[in-house]
Design a protein around this ligand. Structure first.
Ligand code: ADP
Ligand code: MG
Ligand code: MG
Length: 948
């Protein structure tokens, strides 16, 4: 095997590497190489990049460099010599020193890593040489004092503040404010004080040997890859340890923005990163170096100012901006320096942006013919769209607001209102026209009505999967949970040293988890024209898609539906572009009075007759619920799920007082009620008497629901309103359950048809949410017209992880890499995903066009949506506020699958070419491309595996 190349040169109009080598050269190194060479050929100071492979090796070898890197004949020495030759100067030369910067840079930009060291190569002698050569001693000594400070601080860990203290003392002694006002002598004084400080802190003199300086800096960069800041940054940003090889190190010749008033340094964005508007913007400082612009020591000037003061440089920057955008087809974030009127480019990268800016830029760039619609769709992170849909705190107001606590950012968006402590108060106050914020220890299903009307929800306990969090996300309501600073004290709540009573105002930001005192103004969300257009493209792509599943079935299209239980949910869903309701839960409908009382009476009934009697009272009310929601749908599909939760959720009495109240309400004997409540208690309600099991023991429950659905539909039918209703049976594990419940339902529908003179037909399908259902999908398909995967329960039962308890251990699993993802966030391909694959194959072996969907929380997760596409599902269904995200994520799945398909087709041809000796040279050059294709191999493998 050929020896790995560790060092890549750039400069002098050419470069060894290019932009495709991010993984090896880091983003910074790869783009410097690309800018330096044709066709861009931009003014980049020459230098070389040591690859991320070295970083990887460095840690494998126990913090040692791989052979061939160090030493007088090592690769670094070789490329330093090349750099010296190109520059016509030697590193740290006494007369005319070459100075370099040492910069870090991973494949993904990572603010947690080492800062850059500038002016390396200066020492007591070369500083004199630089002074003489440039005829600018002030500049030379300024450069030297900066170098000692940066090297001491960044590479050697001498506290930054200690250097700052010295410089501040000198300035205050002279009564000056700006660093630029320091004289040469004062800079000399600072240098000697810096050196004394360095010696005191490190126990040795500041290194004078340029080689020692350079290797010290290189070692510090590689060392910084594993510093706590960098590790934390990767953790917070979901970058798995080992996913990147490490950081690269770029050593490049210095250019100087601190040579006086014809020099300067700045940063610029080719478009506005917060709004996306196509407007060149940035900031710069004259007579400054490096990070002075962002350090806040002096106030930088707007780029527009440069147009007035130095039109030549400004025009040149504009030209470069346009060329970089044309080349990268994306918004660029650039760093530049001007040395005595000459412009140099020091960095470029695709700029970070807000969700709104991402959409605007993508849409604009398609209009400018800079990118295709497909590229535009891949530009925006689906989760970024959340920012565009939720009410946001007014950013200017946040700056002035008083933050009083913070908890878990459980459901994004902003919520501001008068605090109430019970769901009933939330409802009552809202009726009076007040805006409320519900503050509770935790929430339960009884609180739904209050949660639905609240502007936001704040809880003191519970995690991101707690009831409050899940329900709030479903409703698109802001929620901060697990905020332990919130303490309940009588009728008041204490947060830090603030005390609030009912009716006081609080504001929460569910995106950050922060809680603010009083009113912070909130701006409501609207779907912008740009976003509508953008998501329209996503719909086109999904609609036109065709794929073949592992079982060999062709599936066309990939819809997005919404989970919604109320007409309001349905309206939200359409506003956000849902094609239908994939899951309409019916349990919430029973929590409204007077239905709840009748339902509770039904539950505690002793006889079937009694049960039927109580259900009769519910029937017309339930019919009204269905009538409203089906009408709102205007003929789009709506899948209504029959009752799902265990009965004990509806009838709870934890204390004597509660029992007493309930017995009074239901008009039954207390002891008898206590007995009933005890009998309903289950050890494991999620696996207990729930879903279709209720209908096997009490068929009249589902019969009543089906009757209500049929009656509502019949009424709409007579009124000439379009309808498309499906009935869904939950918790199925056996075909016999479906068979029996289906027959009962058909009998009810037949009865309604006869009575109303209608010819209604409903598709009757099942949830697939337990392993046995998936494994017997061929049998289920005999009686089911469709499947909907309930992946919350399917994940729970495949893993054997209780959704209510797994938060105790999931973090350990993720930290120790036992599991790569939280299975309740991202659908696990090997577990529930494999079962879905089996269900698809078995189900469609009986009905080849069996309609498949997903209605678990995963339906709103981009990675899970991609898996659903691959598995051949016809649609995903998610909460209304996730619909735009899902529309985009679904389109991205289509585009990426098509790309992977093309790459897979190309790959074998390339292999064949590699065998031809004549093609050797060309192949060697294309190495990175080949690597990329090889990386895609696993995807191909799984596809094959499924085929057999
Ligand atoms: P970061 O990754 O934190 O942005 P950089 O490596 O980009 O760090 O360096 C920060 C700044 O240092 C750059 O924006 C540039 O102003 C300055 N800088 C880096 N290398 C040089 C150089 N060779 N000549 C002049 N300035 C440089
Ligand atoms: Mg930078
Ligand atoms: Mg379920």
């Amino acid at each position: 095997m050929a020896k790995t190349k560790y060092v890549y040169f750039f400069g002098n109009g050419d470069a060894d590497g290019d932009e495709s080598m991010r993984a090896d050269l880091g983003g910074k190194g790869a783009n410097l190489a690309q800018m330096a060479k044709a066709p861009l050929s931009l003014p980049v100071p020459p230098g070389f990049t040591i690859t991320t492979d070295v970083c990887q090796e460095y840690y494998k070898l126990g913090r040692k460099y791989p052979a061939g890197l160090e030493g007088p004949n090592g690769e670094v020495a070789k490329y330093l010599a090349k750099l010296e030759k190109v520059m016509g100067k030697k590193l740290g030369d006494e007369k005319d020193p070459l100075l370099v910067s040492v910069r870090s840079g991973a494949a993904i930009s990572m603010p947690g890593m080492m800062d850059t060291i500038l002016n390396l190569g200066l020492n007591d002698k070369s500083v004199e040489g630089l002074a003489a050569k440039t005829g600018n001693p002030r500049f030379a000594w300024d450069a030297y004092r900066r170098f000692i400070q940066m090297f001491g601080d960044v590479a050697m860990g001498v506290e930054h503040a200690k250097f700052e203290k010295i410089i501040d003392e000198v300035k205050s002694h002279r009564g000056i404010k700006q660093d630029t006002e320091l004289t040469t002598d004062e800079l000399k004084e600072i240098v000697s004080k810096y050196k004394i400080l360095y010696k005191r802190e490190k126990g040795e003199d500041f290194p004078q040997d340029p080689q020692k300086q350079m290797w010290g800096a290189i070692g510090a960069v590689f060392g910084s890859w594993m510093n706590p800041r960098a590790i934390k940054y990767r953790e917070l940003n979901g970058i798995k340890e080992g996913a990147l090889k490490g950081t690269a190190v770029t050593v490049m010749s210095m250019v100087f923005g601190n040579k006086g008033d014809t020099s300067g340094t700045g940063v610029a964005f080719s478009r506005d990163p917060s709004t996306g508007v196509n407007e060149f913007m940035g900031e710069y400082l004259m007579n400054a170096q490096g990070e002075d612009v962002v350090a806040g020591i002096r106030t930088p000037q707007k780029l527009a100012q440069l147009e007035k003061t130095n039109k030549k440089i400004y025009d040149q920057l504009c030209t470069i901006r346009n060329r970089l955008e044309k080349h990268y087809h994306d918004m660029q974030d650039m760093e530049f320096t001007v040395e005595e009127g000459k412009l140099y480019m020091l960095q470029c990268r695709n700029g970070k942006r807000t969700g709104a800016a991402a959409v605007k830029m993508a849409v604009d760039m398609v209009a400018e013919k800079l990118i295709t619609k497909e590229e535009a769709l891949l530009r925006v992170e689906p989760t970024q769209l959340n920012q565009l849909l939720l009410p946001q705190l007014d950013p200017a107001a946040v700056k002035k607001a008083t933050e009083i606590a913070s908890g878990l950012n459980a459901s994004p968006g902003a919520g501001c209102g008068q605090i109430v402590f019970t769901a009933d108060d939330a409802v009552a106050w809202t009726k009076e026209g007040k805006k409320v914020l519900l503050v509770r220890k935790e929430t339960s299903p009884d609180d739904i009505a209050g949660m639905a009307v609240a502007q936001g929800i704040l809880t003191s306990t519970g995690g991101r999967t707690s009831h409050a969090a899940v329900v709030a996300r479903g409703m698109g309501t802001a929620c901060v949970c697990g905020c332990s600073a919130v303490k309940f004290n009588g009728g008041k709540v204490v947060i830090g040293d603030h005390v609030y009573k009912e009716g006081d105002f609080l504001t929460i930001d569910g995106s950050t988890g922060k809680v603010y005192d009083g009113v912070v103004p909130v701006a409501p969300a609207t779907l912008s024209k740009d976003l509508e257009k953008f998501l329209g493209w996503a719909d086109e792509i999904r609609k036109g898609s065709v794929r073949t599943t592992a079982s060999g079935k062709k599936v066309a299209g990939f819809e997005v539906r919404a989970n919604g239980d109320t007409p309001q949910n349905a309206k939200d869903a359409f506003r956000f572009g849902a094609a239908g309701i994939g899951l309409c839960r019916t349990e919430h409908m029973f929590f409204d009075e007077p239905k709840l009382t009748s339902f509770q009476k039904m539950i505690i009934s002793d006889t079937t007759e009694e049960r039927k009697e109580n259900l009769k009272a519910i029937l017309p009310l339930q019919e009204k619920d269905f009538y409203d929601i089906i009408k709102t749908m205007e003929g789009r599909p709506v899948t209504i799920r029959l009752l799902d939760p265990p009965l004990n959720e509806f009838i709870q009495a934890h204390s004597d007082a509660e029992l007493k109240a309930l017995s009074k309400k239901l008009n039954v004997n207390r002891d008898k009620l206590a007995e009933k409540v005890a009998a309903l208690d289950e050890h494991n309600p999620m696996l207990g008497h729930r879903g279709c099991r209720l209908a096997i023991t009490y068929p009249e429950i589902y019969e009543t629901q089906v009757e209500a659905i049929a009656l509502a539909t019949a009424r709409l039918d007579r009124e000439g309103v379009k309808h498309n209703v499906q009935i869904m049976i939950p918790n199925v594990v056996s075909a016999n359950e479906v068979k029996q419940i289906r027959e009962q339902a058909l009998a009810v529908i037949e009865k309604v048809n006869k009575a109303k003179g209608t010819k209604l037909k409903f598709e009757i399908g099942t949830m697939v949410e337990f392993p046995r259902a998936a494994l017997t999908a061929d049998k289920l398909a005999e009686y089911a017209d469709f499947f909907s995967f309930g992946t919350n329960d399917l994940s729970q039962t495949t893993f054997g992880f209780s959704r209510d308890d797994y938060s105790k251990f999931i973090d350990s699993y993720l930290k120790q890499n036992i599991l790569a993802e939280d299975p309740f966030t991202t659908l696990d391909e090997d577990g529930p995903g494999a079962l879905m694959g089996i269900a698809e194959e078995k189900g469609r072996s009986v009905k080849s066009d069996l309609h498949l969907g997903i209605c678990g929380e995963h339906g709103g997760d981009p990675a899970s949506i991609a898996l659903c596409y691959k598995l051949g599902l016809n649609y995903v269904s998610c909460s209304p506020f996730r619909v735009p995200l899902a529309r985009l994520a679904g389109a991205q799945a289509v585009i990426k699958a098509a790309k992977a398909g093309k790459a897979a087709k190309k790959a074998p041809a390339k292999k064949a070419a590699a065998k031809k000796p004549a093609a050797k040279k060309a192949v060697a050059k294309k190495a990175p491309a080949k690597k990329a294709a090889a990386k895609k191999a696993p995807a191909k493998k799984t596809a094959k595996k499924g085929k057999k």
